[in-house]
Structure formats: C-alpha cells, structure tokens
Design a protein around this ligand. Structure first.
Ligand code: ADP
Ligand code: 5GP
Length: 203
C-alpha cells in the first residue's frame, strides 16, 4: 500500500509521520529528493536527499522519479527504485508529499493508494505552529501561509480528511485508517488459498 499524508505546511504531517513510523514496523518512509536548502536539525538521506538543481534535472530526464513537483520555489520528487524495493519487501510505504504528488501517484497506482489530508484547526494556529517550529525565516513562513489556502483547496482529492487539533488523537485516527485499509479484502494476499483450505471453492 502507498499511504500518502498531505497537509498545508505546518499542520503536522511530519510529526504524525514520525509517530506512525515509530509505532509500525510494517511501514517505511519514502525519502524524497529536494532542491531546497537543509533546515537546522535535518539530515541528508534521512529527511530528504538534498540535491543540486542540475542533479534533480538529470534524475527527471532519466525517469528516476515516481512523481515530482514544484513546491515553494523548489523541486521535490519521489525516487522510484526505493519505493518498489520496499513494496517488494512487503512493506507499506508512507509518503509526505503535496497534492500534486498524490495526484500523480494516483494516476499510476490508483487502487494501491490511500490518501489522507490533514487540516489545521484554524489558520491562526497554523501560523503559530510554523513560527513555533522555529525552522524557517519570517519571509519563508509568510510564503507558506500564503500558499496554505491553495493547498487546502485540494482537500477533495483525498480519501480521508482529518483535523489535527490534538496530536495524539489525530495520530490514532491515522493509525486506525492504516490498519483498516490493510484489512481490505483486495489487500489480503493468500485469502483464496485460505478459503480453499476451509474446503470452500473460492468462486
Ligand atoms: P508539517 O510537517 O505539516 O509541515 P510539522 O509536523 O513540522 O508540520 O508541525 C509543525 C509544528 O507544529 C511542529 O513544531 C509540531 O511540533 C507542531 N504540532 C504538530 N501537531 C500539533 C498539534 N496537534 N498541536 C500543537 N502543535 C502541533
Ligand atoms: P517541506 O519543505 O516543508 O519539507 O515540504 C514542503 C512541501 O513539499 C510539503 O507539502 C511536502 O509534503 C511536499 N513534498 C515533500 N516531498 C515531496 C515529494 O517528493 N513530492 C511532492 N510532490 N511533494 C513533496
């Protein structure tokens, strides 16, 4: 399963992604490539693969991305190979990508994708979270706030929409979605064999 978390910047998707990954050994994060500068506390290869524009362009030309997009004056993309390796190893893959990326993944992997959109409780709280994170300069925060409405406008391209008021409650809702989606009949491998073992003809 390809599990996508999107939100306007600052609504809490990185926080919730970290909680999900710590909770669930069956889930692995897709590490995107980006041309944006590294923030304090970030680590190359863990948070992103930080690459020069020329390198990013080359990756695009060589079809190394599953999807990619321009976000906030920078480019972000999902390297294809690691995602397929993780899926082949039986892992579900978590994506922290924007609506453009979610749309592109849906075009390629429609039925394997689950899309969750996280909303802030209010715009004032969104701004407070961006400022309290302390990782971006004022003008970067202003641009992220200006973009937030454009991102929220894509809420209806998602399977689930949650408000991140209380972080623990929101995390538990996302975890419930992940667990329920795994139980869908279409995602249960080996079910036909099991039905046969029960002595019933599957169809
Ligand atoms: P995003 O990945 O969507 O840009 P982050 O996960 O970095 O957002 O969250 C932005 C800031 O808001 C962080 O400092 C985080 O600790 C804080 N935060 C996240 N969720 C909540 C919440 N429910 N209540 C209060 N603060 C939160
Ligand atoms: P940030 O700069 O805050 O880490 O991320 C900015 C935005 O880019 C977020 O909305 C994030 O979800 C999105 N993003 C991160 N990686 C990718 C990616 O690989 N593809 C796309 N389409 N968006 C991404």
């Amino acid at each position: 399963m390809l599990f996508v978390l999107s939100s306007p910047s600052g609504a809490g998707k990185s926080t919730i992604s970290r909680m999900l990954l710590a909770d669930d050994p069956g889930l692995t994060m897709s590490v995107s490539a980006t041309t944006r500068p590294m923030r304090p506390g970030e680590k190359d290869g863990r948070d992103y693969h930080f690459v020069e524009l020329e390198h990013f362009r080359q990756m695009v030309a060589e079809h190394e991305f599953l999807e990619w997009a321009h976000v906030f004056d920078h480019r972000y993309g999902t390297p294809k190979r690691p995602v397929y390796d993780m899926l082949d190893a039986g892992q579900d893959v978590l994506f922290d990508i924007d609506w453009q990326g979610a749309q592109q993944l849906y075009q390629v992997h429609g039925s394997d994708i689950v899309r969750v959109f996280i909303l802030p409780p209010s715009m004032a709280e969104l701004e407070r979270r961006l400022r309290s994170r302390g990782t971006d300069a004022n003008e970067v925060i202003d641009r992220r706030m200006a973009r937030a409405h454009a991102e929220i406008a894509h809420w209806d391209g998602y399977d689930y929409v949650l408000v991140n008021d209380d972080v623990q409650a929101c995390f538990e809702k996302v975890r419930t979605i992940l667990h329920a989606e795994r139980l869908k009949r279409s995602r249960q491998t080996g079910l036909i064999g099991f039905i046969r073992k029960l002595g019933t003809q599957p169809v």
